[in-house]
Design a protein around this ligand. Sequence first.
Ligand SMILES: Nc1ncnc2c1ncn2[C@@H]1O[C@H](COP(=O)(O)OP(=O)(O)OP(=O)(O)O)[C@@H](O)[C@H]1O
Ligand SMILES: [Mg+2]
Length: 226
Amino acid sequence: MNNIIELKNINKYYKMKTLNLHALKSINIGIKQGDFLMIMGKSGSGKTTLMNILGFLDSFDNGKYIFNGKDVTGLNENEKSELRNEYIGFIFQQFHLIDSLTIGQNVELPLLYKGDIPVKERNLLVDKYLNLVGLLDKKNRKPSELSGGQQQRIAIARALINNPYVIFADEPTGALDSSTGTDIMELLTALNKENKTIIMVTHDEDLKKYANKVIHIKDGVIEKVE
Ligand SMILES: Nc1ncnc2c1ncn2[C@@H]1O[C@H](COP(=O)(O)OP(=O)(O)OP(=O)(O)O)[C@@H](O)[C@H]1O
Ligand SMILES: [Mg+2]
């Protein structure tokens, strides 16, 4: 099967007043549709930097990025945000839900960014994905009224609503106790079985078992691939 994502010789520098920090060094990665990839490494090793580049949230300095067969190196901000809306869902450690909105409105947000979807269709999709994560009954509640695990499920529903090719998760269980974290990993595994590509960052060696591929990164270099 073809790679959905290919990075070729990617380098990333953070340019600061007095120094340039070489955050990613000649990174080469191939990710296939349906992979469950984990990116592991110590704090400061470059995991989030790599994830942000893969998810079109940040740029890189040289190298080549092929996404879904298309060279996406050097796209402008508008083109990148279109790709994000169309193909990518994000899940974060701290959920990033908006507390002034209801659960239903939070899940609906990516559809509003996409535009041109009639309200009836939006409602059907919100209900479908809230149901998928088992929280349809919370639709009119506020995020702060839910547990951490429930909030992460809502964030997963929000990540799924655009039917993305790839889900990026940066420490999705990092703010949860271990049994709630296991529930979230099982939900991600179920999505992966339906051929969603999942790319997850974690510190937690115990979570390696959920992945079919693990990339270890150290000081901006891929040290080992399992
Ligand atoms: N916006 C930035 N400006 C300058 N340096 C940065 C910036 N973001 C990250 N860095 C540096 O780049 C390196 C990699 O950071 P990154 O956030 O990718 O690490 P990480 O592996 O995600 O760490 P953690 O496990 O703590 O989240 C670190 O040395 C960090 O200090
Ligand atoms: Mg990080």
